[in-house]
Design a binder for this molecule. Structure first.
Ligand code: SF4
Length: 506
């Protein structure tokens, strides 16, 4: 797809209800305006990062996905060979659980389309050769690599690490955990920009009927009553940014995708149409909170004090926006959702990230602990009557290879947190290793230290985990391999002919 060969268009439409038929009509009109018809292997990707009653605003609503698939079927003139919905959800949860909890299982069943839980598919190799890449290859699920007509359906949300979750950012769901966590650190924006080389959407439609502010897993709902559609991911993200008053050049992963030729960010190069003007859309979004906040500030006024030093110099940033600090913010938000005592019941905790060389206000109160989080955590000093030296265990990213990286599954993480707690049993501090230490590990540590009920020990989670493992075991019996080495077969959604676009910011 060459973004210079056509004029990128974005359509902003009013929609004030999760009414499948209304969404279908709006999206069908959008496809008509953009002169698009699905063809070949058509893959629709909603954002299902997590779901369930406590996380109802975190994901693309099933009515939205259903309306989009029906509109695509309306526009199919016989060229579609497969219509599918696929995703890899977040925080180590099996995707089959978020499909069920969000209502997407019912949608695919009702419509008779295929579903892909991406982590249960073979992971295939995509070579990279562009300047500035983090790696020479990455892995993605086979149905993604083979897609001909890719439809990206994100949820309109803020993101505490990357400012926003629109089209480009939603690509993190194109990788299973094992590969997703590589470079999910201070280089997260670079990683997202690299993922753009896997494929490009022919069509985007974002669920901005009820948007999410401030956070990504537990966002605060904000009714914008909008569906925004487009035919170019950068142009689409630029307009979504404009809606909430964010300069897309300030969102690193969007700026990088633009600089690599994936599309324009300057509004005069984008045709914006629809029954809602950009000005009206902006008025609906006044004061939209993106939630980009450093961890020290985030925990002010709580029983947790946070201290963040810089990650290693080789990371090239003075704060690890894509790694451990943001994961801790999401972990406490989940805990607050599942246990209302999360704040007042939390013992006095100090959490330390990066190379921190300042004081820690440790008073030796009952259950008070210092938690050093991440391989790059480093500190020396006195905690009560103990002299403590926490060493930097960070390994350069070049030591991690997508070919050989080991999985970090839920049970591994549970055992890892329990082991860390055991090893530090009589010490005033705890060390959690990893780069990054994931949201789920940090959540388990908080649960353990505060004596809270674990949200991961419920029956649906356990059942989904074992069903997932059984499904994989069955597939292995018939020759399924988790990872397939060598350049993957690609569909028509493979990006081609990208040209650098260097239009400066307005
Ligand atoms: S250990 Fe955590 S804070 Fe340090 S570089 Fe890795 S992800 Fe960032």
């Amino acid at each position: 797809m060459d973004p210079n060969a056509y004029r990128p268009q974005v359509i902003i439409r009013h929609c004030d209800a999760y009414d499948v038929e209304r969404i279908r009509e709006i999206v069908r009109e959008g496809l008509e305006t953009l002169d698009l018809r699905p063809q070949g292997r058509t893959l629709v990707k909603p954002n299902l990062v997590c779901a369930g009653p406590k996380f109802e605003h975190a994901h693309t609503r099933p009515e939205f996905t259903e309306g989009v698939v029906l509109a695509l079927q309306d526009r199919d003139d016989g060229q579609v060979t497969e219509m599918a919905v696929g995703e890899r959800c977040g925080i180590t949860i099996p995707t089959r659980m978020t499909f069920a909890q969000s209502g997407h299982d019912d949608v695919v069943k009702r419509l008779g389309v295929k579903k892909y839980y991406f982590e249960e598919e073979p992971q295939v190799e995509i070579p990279l050769s562009h300047p500035g890449r983090l790696r020479n290859y990455l892995f993605t699920p086979e149905p993604v690599a083979k897609a001909d007509f890719f439809v990206n359906c994100p949820k309109f949300k803020a993101h505490p690490w990357t400012t926003v979750t629109f089209g480009n950012k939603a690509y993190i769901g194109l990788q299973d955990d094992r590969h997703r966590l590589i470079d999910h650190d201070a280089k997260l924006n670079e990683k997202i920009a690299d993922l753009q080389y896997i494929l490009q959407p022919k069509f985007l439609a974002i669920d901005a009927i009820t948007a999410g502010e401030g956070r990504m897993l537990t966002p605060i709902p904000r009714d914008l009553n909008l569906i925004i559609m487009g035919n170019n991911q950068c142009a689409f993200d630029a307009v979504c940014c404009a809606v909430i008053g964010v300069d897309p050049y300030d969102v690193d992963h969007i700026r990088m995708a633009h600089e690599r030729g994936f599309g324009p960010l300057v509004l005069k190069e984008i045709e914006v149409s629809g029954d809602v003007t950009l000005e009206d859309a902006r008025a609906r979004s006044t004061g939209f909170d993106v939630g980009l906040i450093r961890v020290e500030k985030y925990f002010e006024g709580t029983n947790i004090s946070a201290y963040a030093g810089p990650p290693p110099a080789s990371e090239g940033h003075d704060y690890c926006w894509g790694g451990c600090p943001g994961a801790m913010e999401e972990a406490i938000e989940i805990l607050r959702k599942v246990d209302e005592r999360a704040d007042e019941g939390m013992p006095r905790l100090h959490i330390v990230f990066g190379n921190y060389d300042g004081p820690i206000d440790f008073r030796g109160e009952e259950n008070e602990r210092v938690v050093f989080i991440g391989d790059c955590a480093e500190w020396q000093g006195q905690l009560g009557d103990q002299t403590v030296a926490v060493e930097n265990l960070y390994r350069d990213r070049s030591t991690l290879d997508p070919y050989t990286v080991e999985p970090q599954e839920m049970m591994d993480k549970v055992l890892k947190v329990k082991k860390a707690k055991r090893e530090h049993k009589n010490l005033p501090y705890l060390r959690l290793t990893g780069c990054p230490v994931s949201v789920s590990e940090q959540l388990m540590a908080l649960v353990d230290l505060g004596g809270f009920k674990s949200p991961m020990n419920d029956w649906p989670s356990i059942k989904a985990y074992f069903t997932w493992k059984s499904a994989i075991a069955m597939k292995r019996l018939v020759g399924h391999r988790y990872q397939v080495l060598g350049e993957a077969e690609r569909g028509d959604a493979k990006p081609e002919g990208m040209l650098p676009q260097t239009t400066p910011a307005e």
